[in-house]
Design a protein around this ligand. Sequence first.
Ligand code: GLN
Length: 210
Amino acid sequence: MIDKKITIGILGFQGDIEENVYAICSALKKLNIEAVVDIIQYSRQINNIDGLLLPGGESTVISSLISIQKDMRESIKQRISDGMPAMGTCAGMIMLAKRAYDRTIGETKQQLLGNLDIIVERNAFGRQNDSFETDIKVPFIGDELFKGVFIRAPVVTSVGSGVEVLSELDGKIVAVKQNNIIGTAFHPELANDDRFHGKFINLIIDNKKK
Ligand code: GLN
């Protein structure tokens, strides 16, 4: 039993913010855990959270908004490298990556956090019209297939030695874990299945016990 409620931050600049709040609340209920869920928009909030979820959306927009407050990117980066759990979905995973590129424009200049030792190709399945849903295998969350919702999704084209591949689709890496960090190319918050969010909450609980 932990004595203090955990606080889960959802980066609140752009993208699927509400959907992630909903998925986190649903997973909390299932796990019978009470927590504070906080939308994060200011750097002063970063020290009060026990985990940070970075929603999908548009990574160029999220990285510009993060950069407005001069210490925000550094504070997030520091907390994650000190062991705070983080989960990034789609654009959120791009934000966590070391490097990102796009097939047409090459290396993108957006400022990333870089905690997750992966290289990602943005829009790797094509643009909006090429968005799709498909069932994927993710043993990390259980035997039952997971509905992968891919919207202008990236793929992971290279992983560092400390990175575990959680799922592949047609030979392309679409979910990874590196210690305290989970990244998915798809949108678990749109799958009506909170198993990824549950795993993220468990990482937070485990880290809190340390
Ligand atoms: N293509 C977007 C990007 O590069 C990600 C799309 C998404 O998050 N659904 O940021």
